[in-house]
Design a binder for this molecule. Structure first.
Ligand code: BES
Ligand code: MN
Ligand code: MN
Length: 465
């Protein structure tokens, strides 16, 4: 078997340029799921993914849903081996603000000045570059390895960046087809460029869109100012009061049930030797802020947050306009940790806002979803097998890490399919995901594709024993 893996790895090396060309074809499609103007592009990306899976030797179908399509592909492996479900998402975040990109976001380029060679494009790391790593590994097994060593299903989603509204109903309706022994997801990061990571904790999320309504229409700020409520002034105050001077969130019940990581977990995190100043420097900062008395890793991995994502209202154009706006809006999200109930948090936020309604105003509140934090097994035969596969490629064990971001599908796989996930991703903290100039290092891509080739064999050996 090891000879076959060597052949597969050699083939991946030899076909590198063709792989990058295929990835570029996918990156050129602006599959922005949140923007209805791009519905056709999202659909085109689904079709291209299905065509590439077919070309890689799998049987692929594009399933329409009430939202964006789901791509499902199958490959029959040995009957006595495990069934592995691979997941990735082919949709991307909007590229805005466009003027901060050094090149057009949907015209991928390889940049090799000022740092390691990297692919720059929206979706390079999140998640087109990462999903193509396992597609290419499976292709290589089919082309030179004598076939993929396990039975495989691939599920590619087109709504991950916009709250996955169709995902749970789709999983429930196709549960038999998707039933598997273990899921593999590449949508997270490495520990550092030489050390792979397996993520075992993800934060959850509650997202609210709120508008504070005051006067019936915009008013002259000289004629009315000082005598009437200004929704922007009032919204700013309510938002400013959501944290106290210790960085804690002031909403009643917000911290109810929050788990403190065990002593041993905290010790393991300390042993990782996280370089806080390098992490902050990447963001152009020289200090961390947040809840008093917590390390950066705790703040990101095990503490809940509330962040304002955008504020709109009044006049934002050139020059000055003297106006009291009729309304003001804000979008804010809370990252949740184990022990917090997303519905209870959303209810607590709504109650807090109502109780702090400024005189003369009223709220309208819209929710964009509520997902719990997720933990996956940090000990299992599958995880051991993945460790073994990764070690063959990187010559060191993967570290087990938390993740501040959210991947709601992990919880859906647990609940609906009864399957746990291996979160094996190859992004880096400086990839600028969701930001201008998103990139994915070529070394991360090649190491990731090689890793998937080795891990699928390790899973076959673990499950076939
Ligand atoms: N791939 C990310 C999750 C992620 C973020 C992993 C940071 C590792 C580091 C995923 O595509 C994502 O952006 N998720 C959203 C979920 C939301 C839209 C429900 C997130 O975390 O904001
Ligand atoms: Mn992602
Ligand atoms: Mn994302």
């Amino acid at each position: 078997m090891s000879d076959r893996l060597d052949a597969v790895l050699a083939h991946l090396d030899a076909t590198h340029d063709a792989q990058i060309a295929r990835l570029f074809d996918l990156l050129r499609i602006p599959s922005i799921s949140t923007d209805p103007a791009h519905d056709n592009d999202v659909h085109a990306a689904a079709e291209l993914c299905a065509a590439m899976l077919e070309d890689s030797g799998l049987k692929a179908t594009v399933h329409t849903t009430s939202g964006h399509p789901m791509v499902v592909a199958h490959s029959n492996g040995p009957a006595d081996g495990p069934h592995v479900l691979y997941y990735g998402h082919y949709d991307v975040q909007p590229p805005d603000p466009l003027d901060l990109w050094n090149a057009a976001p949907f015209e991928p380029v390889i940049v090799d000045t000022d740092g390691p060679a990297r692919i720059v494009a929206r979706g390079a790391a999140d998640d087109k570059g990462q999903l193509m790593m396992f597609v290419e590994a499976l292709r290589a097994w089919n082309e030179v390895g004598g076939g993929i060593p396990v039975r495989v299903t691939v599920l590619l989603e087109g709504e991950e960046e916009s709250g996955s509204p169709s995902l749970d109903p789709f999983l429930a309706a196709h549960a038999d087809e998707l039933r598997c022994d273990v899921c593999v997801i590449s949508d997270t990061g490495m520990w550092d460029p030489n050390t792979p990571a397996i993520t075992t904790m993800l934060r959850g999320m509650v997202y609210l869109d709120v508008t504070l309504h005051g006067p019936s229409h915009d008013l002259h700020s000289g004629m009315f100012g000082g005598a009437v409520v200004n929704p922007l002034n009032e919204l700013a105050k309510v938002l400013g009061d959501l944290h106290d001077s210790d960085g804690r969130i002031t909403v009643d019940g917000f911290y109810d049930g929050v788990y403190e990581p065990s002593e041993s977990q905290q010790q393991e995190w300390k042993n990782l030797g996280f370089d806080e100043s390098a992490f902050l420097a990447e963001a152009g900062l020289d200090r961390s802020t947040g809840e008093c008395g917590r390390s950066v890793l705790e703040r990101i991995w095990s503490r809940p947050t509330l962040d304002i994502n955008g504020i709109t209202g009044g006049y934002g154009g050139a020059g000055a306009k003297t106006v009291i706006p009729a309304e003001a809006s804000a979008k804010f999200s809370c990252r949740l940790v184990p022990g917090q109930d997303p519905d209870a948090i959303e209810a607590a936020l709504r109650t807090h806002l109502q109780q702090h309604t400024p005189a003369g105003c009223r709220w309208t509140i819209e929710s964009h979803g509520a997902n719990p934090a997720i933990q996956v097994a940090d000990e299992s035969p599958w995880l051991e097998a993945a460790q073994y596969g990764l070690e063959r490629i990187w010559n060191r064990r993967a570290v087990l890490v938390g993740c501040g971001g959210s991947i709601p599908v992990v919880g859906s796989f647990q609940e609906i399919l009864g399957a746990d996930s291996l979160l094996i991703g190859f992004g880096l903290d400086d990839d600028r995901v969701h930001s201008p100039n998103e990139k994915f290092n070529i070394d991360c891509y090649t190491g990731g594709a090689r890793s998937h080739a080795a891990v699928v064999l390790a899973l076959a050996e673990a499950g076939g024993a």
